[in-house]
Write a protein that binds this ligand. Structure first.
Ligand code: ZN
Length: 338
């Protein structure tokens, strides 16, 4: 595949407020942003590796209400399937997995139906989805009923780093019961939480050994955090979590916490610590588009990660960008044309 051209200045990106972090769709560490910087070019060989994007958002504001966007004006516009196709143009994306976008609770089923239709079509790379749910709710078991036999619905996420989910929220008995239920029906749970709440994740994964977990976004460690104490809390938690055999981790999201003039070197310690903790067989690439556009276009993040792992073997890079996701989510093949 020929070298892609880099988009250096588009996207009209301005501010990502700390309040917006409560939405769960933006890393808690995001602060004021300006324009994304030009990308870092990587080797031709790396560009040709197939990519499965395990964390693709969409938001069609004519269909869904996303209450968190009142506090997140930068991202408060439509991001439609055609926009995603434009974002991945020139990238070798062979599949994507949709990630829920924290719609109003009354629209959760509608969101799932929307993405199931996209999965069934051959004009986009989406093959599966992680949908929204409230594991602690009384009706969670009945809520999940209609998805139990649906192979395209791989799991559930409820973001845990907002104000409504304080530390300890996910270890309360009702929540734990909901997550244990996911294990009994073969669905996973995506953990998206504060970097200093890793201990809660370890407890939850221990209480739910039959449920498979995906830690989102390298545990949401800010790449600009330089104080040793928070870095240690995060890394100790990631190591403890990685000892649980039912947990894998997405290498994603951290670009949103980067400085405006980010470099791959700024991102490298969090990426490499994550991969070291979980091992190369339990990490998966994700773009977190369009949230990544707060700092980088899709291809710029791919290029950044390729630069960080350029000394890995091709087999290991394939695991990170493609093979692990295919195996973990048991994704079907999909032929599609842009
Ligand atoms: Zn996301």
């Amino acid at each position: 595949m020929r070298r892609r051209e880099f988009l250096g200045s588009s996207a009209g990106l301005a501010a990502a407020s700390l309040a917006g972090a409560a939405s769960g769709l933006v890393s808690p560490a995001v602060s004021l942003a300006e324009k994304p910087k030009p990308g870092v070019k990587s080797a031709e060989s790396a560009m040709s590796l197939p990519i499965i994007d395990t964390h693709q958002h969409l938001w069609d504001l004519s269909k869904f209400k996303l209450p968190w966007q009142a506090e997140e004006p930068t991202l408060a516009k439509n991001y439609l399937p055609a926009d995603y196709l434009a974002a991945i143009a020139g990238q070798n994306v062979v599949q994507s997995v949709y990630m829920e976008v924290d719609v109003e609770v009354s629209q959760q089923h509608a969101e799932a139906e929307y993405v199931l239709e996209l999965c069934a079509r051959d004009d986009n790379p989406m093959t599966a989805a992680v949908i929204s749910g409230r594991p602690a709710s009384d009706d969670f078991v009945s809520y999940m009923k209609r998805y139990e036999k649906n192979d395209r619905i791989k799991g559930i996420r409820q973001v845990l780093h907002g104000a409504s989910t304080p530390p300890g929220y996910c270890t309360a008995p009702a929540f734990v019961r909901g997550i244990q239920h996911l294990g009994t029906i073969g669905k996973s749970f995506d953990l998206c939480m504060r970097s200093d709440d890793m201990g809660d994740a370890v407890k939850l994964a221990t209480l739910c050994p039959e449920t498979r977990f995906i830690m989102d976004h390298c545990g949401n460690m800010s790449v600009t955090e330089t104080k040793p104490a928070p870095r240690k809390i995060w890394l100790d938690g990631m190591k403890a979590l990685a000892e649980r055999p039912n947990v894998v981790c997405k290498v994603s999201g951290i670009i949103a916490s980067a400085s405006v003039k980010w470099t791959p070197q700024e991102m490298a310690p969090v990426v490499l610590d994550t991969i070291k903790a979980f091992g190369i067989d339990r990490v998966m690439f994700a773009a977190d588009w369009p949230v990544c556009t707060l700092r980088a276009q899709f291809g710029q993040w791919v290029d950044c990660l390729n630069e960080i792992v350029k000394d890995f073997s091709e087999a290991d890079r394939r695991k990170l960008f493609h093979d692990n996701a295919k195996a973990f989510y048991a994704l079907p093949d999909k032929k599609w044309k842009a």
